[in-house]
Design a protein around this ligand. Structure first.
Ligand code: GLU
Length: 480
């Protein structure tokens, strides 16, 4: 079997993690089988279309490495890949259905339709259009909606994720194929496109599941062999009580990239939202995902979106990067203070913060002090309200004395990391004090930050002159 999968978004806005997950699963399946992954833009709802989002979707997929083999901007054997350019095809298939008596013009006005709905509501019955199927519909001239003449029956089918499903005839209805504006509905267009584009697997969100029996009915009427169907469950808000939506803060996937989340981390994180390989593994390389992914192991219940886990996964990928690669990726994330700094100083700073970076957007804040002396106010307020409890109990005079002693000791150092460690550890013993006091005080004095990378490396990276200069400023600051 040739494996051809597709991602078929409507260009109505950006893509968030939910859309990307659908695309990723389809991409993995195609890559694993040496098949093709296709991008098709479903732009038949003119009212909802947002200008420019087609391009944005293409960029999002490419940025994450989900390259497609056929698509609107690159063409392919079944071009065009934009539904608004395929209207002729839909009309041809629609004519076939009219000729075989399986489609008819809907003669009703919106008002009449509303009355039918109201009647069903009053009678506490579900509304079915087919209860009002017109006896003698007019010939379809394109000005009326074209409806499918359904053949209500029970279905039992296999969903590649959800398993064996069945429904009764009551869910089958006469749905619209082509709207009065000449554009097809999703319900009709995707079936035609998937068939013409020889799609083997339709992988899509849960919101379409209830319509599948109607699609099965339409496949039969069109005499089209249906593709395999796979329904991926919703992504839920962190609390797990409802579907994640843009309103709940589901961000544009490219915003995560802009914040310094690595594409490979996003891919690993998104793949494991509702899929696992049967182990506890949480971090996957793309290659591993291609090898291990299977639709059978996609879970049937909703998967929670947990941004904290994304940060954890991203931190992991950042720590794994070789220094030069991390330096390349860090481009654009440095604080303005680093503009004039040379590469070796930036690399030294990067090596010191790599361990605790969760995303590259934090780089600016975490490394500022490597490139410019901290603000007086920051130093003062940290001494007034130190994070380290032990330091809290010291009065100003004691702090000044402590820093003076540290300064004297450091002035003897060659500022290699080993020498700094030896001297400062020696000083700890000599003064009979604790790292939470001595090291914390030096840290505040030279970084002006509540937390910073390990002290000896930091002092080494700042260099002797700069470090001593910063220590020298503190007594005056604390006295005023
Ligand atoms: N155009 C549909 C959407 O954006 C796609 C559903 C499908 O993949 O078939 O939700």
């Amino acid at each position: 079997m040739k494996i051809r999968t597709r991602f078929a978004p409507s260009p109505t806005g950006y893509v968030h993690v939910g859309g990307i997950r659908t695309a990723l699963f389809a991409w993995l399946l195609a890559r694993q089988a040496g098949g093709q992954f296709i991008l098709r833009l479903e732009d038949t709802d003119r009212k909802r279309e947002v200008e420019g989002t087609g391009k944005h979707i293409e960029t999002s997929l490419r940025t994450l490495g989900l390259n497609y083999d056929e698509g609107p901007d690159i063409g392919g054997p079944f071009a065009p890949y934009r539904q608004s350019q395929r209207l002729k095809s839909y009309e041809e298939w629609a004519r076939k259905l009219i000729n075989s008596g399986r489609a008819y013009a809907d003669p009703y006005t919106p008002r009449e339709l509303e009355q039918f709905r109201q009647k069903a509501k009053d009678e506490k019955k579900p509304f079915l259009f087919r209860d009002h199927r017109p006896q003698n519909p007019p010939a379809w001239d394109g000005s009326q909606p074209l409806r499918f003449r359904s053949d209500p029956k029970a279905y039992a089918w296999k969903d590649e994720v959800m398993g064996e499903l069945r429904t009764g005839p009551e869910v089958i209805d006469d749905f619209i194929l082509i709207k009065s504006d000449g554009f097809p509905t999703y319900n009709f267009a995707h079936i035609i496109d998937d068939a013409e584009m020889e799609i083997s697997h339709v992988i899509r969100g849960q919101e379409f599941l209830a319509s599948v029996p109607n699609y099965l009915n339409l496949y039969e009427a069109l005499e089209i062999d249906r593709p395999l169907l796979a329904t991926v469950p919703h992504i839920l808000v962190p609390a797990g009580n409802k579907k994640l939506s843009k309103r709940d803060g589901a961000k544009d996937i490219l915003d995560y990239v802009k914040d310094g989340f690595l594409p490979e981390a996003l891919v690993s994180f998104i793949a494991t939202m509702g899929w696992n390989d049967g182990t506890q593994q949480e971090i996957y390389s793309v290659q591993e995902l291609i090898e291990k992914f299977s639709l059978e192991r996609v879970q049937r219940s909703g998967a929670r979106f947990d941004e904290k886990r994304l940060e954890w996964v991203n931190g992991h990928f950042i720590r794994e990067l070789p220094p030069d690669e991390l330096y390349k990726r860090a481009e654009g994330f440095w604080p303005p203070e680093a503009d004039a700094a040379d590469a070796s100083h930036k690399k030294a700073a990067l090596a010191l913060v790599q361990e605790r970076l969760k995303y590259l957007g934090e780089l600016s804040q975490l490394t500022k002090f490597f490139f410019a002396a901290p603000a007086d106010g920051d130093i003062r307020s940290l001494f007034e309200n130190p994070v380290d409890k032990q330091l809290k109990n010291l009065d100003r005079a004691a702090i000044i004395e402590l820093l003076q002693k540290a300064r004297n000791e450091l002035s003897e150092s060659d500022f290699s990391e080993d020498d700094l460690a030896e001297r400062l550890n020696g000083l700890l013993e000599k003064l009979d004090t604790k790292p939470g006091i001595l090291f914390a005080a030096i840290r505040i004095a030279v970084t002006g930050a509540p937390a910073s990378p390990q002290l000896f490396g930091t002092l080494h990276a700042l260099g002797k002159e700069e470090s001593l200069g910063r220590l020298d400023k503190v007594p005056a600051l604390l006295k005023t």
